[in-house]
Design a protein around this ligand. Structure first.
Ligand code: CP
Length: 295
């Protein structure tokens, strides 16, 4: 693996290798303490992050590697007014083996990979993709339901602007016989370009109505106040009334942060797996780093 910018940079075998390794790490974290001793990571976040940045930083530290965290920049393109993004990446890439990059601009990781020999992991590029999120989403499904095929999945929210939804949908298309319902307001539908990126044909239907219907997975993406008014958002909220219709085995996922797409009361029901999902990010990112930096 050179870089991980889109989920399509991986093949099915590589995805399964990462998930298997993440499971081994989760079961026995102490067995992996010095696996990346001597390696180094820069987390370079031009947009805020709680989960991705902290779990990436800790993942490298738990593997014995060194980390520099850069996240205070308010600049749009570079770390300082005078220096270009290209030069910033080139300089940092000469110090470290791996750069975890989050940026407002979709092109940023593609520009970055042209300007450094360090490996690049896209941790969110604008509204485009978030491949490590998709891997931890798959891991959580695989751990909870013991399969990644024959799934009935609803992906709900502002699908047009959700990079997590884009990568998750493509990730599901690596596996057979998955049935997907894309639920969003009409003006926030899943962009066609992500439907064109699917690896295998998925059975996809689109709807503007959130109706629970025998799902194995309900993936809630949320709608920001920029996406839609409160009156529209309530139509896409998983509340107690809707949750009553879930199967006992249905799992509810959410890349987080939560806005108001899942009522807090839902956190208590056994179907709610979004905090486990976020916790799994640590083990999955440890596995990704090991795969990317293995000799
Ligand atoms: N899911 C996710 O990307 O969360 P953060 O923005 O906190 O990293």
């Amino acid at each position: 693996m050179k870089n991980l910018i889109k989920i399509e940079d991986l093949n099915k075998e590589e995805i399964l290798e990462i998930l298997n390794l993440a499971k081994k790490i989760k079961n026995n974290p102490n067995n992996f303490l010095d696996q990346l001793k001597g390696k180094s990571l820069a987390t370079l976040f031009f947009q805020p992050s709680t989960r991705t940045r902290i779990s990436s930083s800790l993942a490298m530290q738990k593997l014995g590697g060194d980390v520099v965290d850069l996240y205070e920049s308010k600049k749009e393109i570079g770390m300082s007014k005078e220096e270009s993004f290209e030069d910033t990446i080139r300089v940092i890439g000469d110090y470290v083996d791996l750069i975890c990059l989050r940026h407002n601009f979709e092109e940023a990781p593609f520009v970055a990979e042209k300007n450094t020999n360090a490996k690049i992991i896209n941790c969110g590029n604008g509204k485009d993709q978030h491949p490590t999120q998709a891997l931890l989403d798959l891991f959580t499904i695989w751990e909870e339901l013991r399969r990644l095929e024959n799934l009935n999945v609803s992906i709900v929210g502002g699908l047009k602007n959700s990079r997590s939804a884009h990568s998750f949908l493509i990730a599901l298309s690596f596996f057979d016989n998955n049935k997907i319902k894309l639920i969003s307001p009409k003006e926030l539908k899943m962009p066609k370009k992500y439907l064109k990126s699917l690896k295998k044909t998925l059975n996809i239907m689109e709807s503007e109505d959130l109706e629970i219907d025998e799902e194995d997975v309900v993936y809630m993406c949320g709608l920001t106040s920029f996406d839609a008014e409160k009156e529209v958002r309530v139509g896409y909220q998983l509340n107690k009334e809707r949750a009553r219709k879930l199967k006992e085995s249905t799992i509810i996922l959410n890349p987080l942060p939560r806005i108001d797409e899942i009522e807090k009361e839902i956190d208590k029901i056994p179907n709610a797996k979004y905090f486990q999902q976020s916790k799994n990010g640590l083990f999955v990112r440890m596995a990704i780093f090991m795969k990317m930096l293995e000799n």
